[in-house]
Write a protein that binds this ligand. Structure first.
Ligand SMILES: [Mn+2]
Length: 230
């Protein structure tokens, strides 16, 4: 397990413990195999998924090899029906984002590599067997999953910082609130707010999270709008 800390992120490099995470992403690209992204359905989870999809494509993975899976209402990744649903994608690489976690069997029965990126409270072994995991839960102020994903992916390709900054802000505001001061140890997002405006970004967060509050509860609509692969 890699425990995220703001200080560690500042030293992110090829020799950093995140190397394993980077290697996992790089392996998914190099292997040219089916890759499954399983994000939580709120703004933090969905933007984490969008950032992760972006880095995979930037690194050269064919978008046709990337699919996403959204859990049914009230289910978690450990439910048998969800394990079956994930397995039908026949993924060799699985990225579990912002889902919370507990000790469990491997994500699916078939051979695969899984990476969990999360910030919900968890003990060292609260993760699926054979998965790698990055968590922010031990390092207050706790970073969101989208911020973690953004940091990890920014180190892998320069375009992430310029094309996914707004996703990082949306996901982080979704979890931490839109009054968050983007002061150290959080990254400087002044340019992002200047480009997109805080108002537009916060409205987008409300729209992304809105389906969760309806009786129909159909978050697939916004994610399909944002992530063409699903
Ligand atoms: Mn979150």
């Amino acid at each position: 397990m890699v425990t995220w800390s703001h200080g560690l992120l500042l030293r992110l490099s090829r020799n950093h413990p995140f190397t394993n995470t980077a290697r996992n992403l790089g392996s998914a690209v190099a292997a040219r195999k089916r890759t499954l992204i399983v994000p939580d359905k709120d703004a933090d989870g969905l933007t984490s998924g969008a950032i992760l999809q972006k880095i995979l494509v930037l690194l050269g993975l064919d978008p046709d090899l990337i699919s996403s899976h959204l859990l049914q209402k009230g289910r978690n990744i450990h439910d048998e029906s969800e394990r079956t649903a994930m397995a039908t994608h026949e993924p060799e690489f699985i990225f579990i984002l912002d889902q919370g976690s507990r000790k469990s069997a491997p994500v699916i029965d078939a051979s695969h590599r899984a990476l969990v990126i999360d910030h919900h409270w968890a003990l060292d072994d609260d993760f699926p067997a054979a998965s790698e995991h990055v968590t922010a839960c031990n390092s207050p102020p706790v970073a969101t999953s989208s911020l973690l994903t953004y940091h990890i992916c920014s180190a892998l390709h320069e375009e992430v910082a310029t094309t996914c900054d707004w996703l990082c802000v949306m996901g982080t505001h979704g979890d931490l609130g839109n009054t968050l001061k983007w002061e150290p140890p959080f990254p400087d997002m002044k340019a992002t707010f200047k480009t997109y405006t805080k108002k537009a970004l916060n409205e987008a967060v409300s729209l992304i999270n809105a389906p969760r509050r309806t009786a129909a509860y159909n978050p697939r609509r916004p994610i399909c709008f944002r992530i063409p692969c699903c």
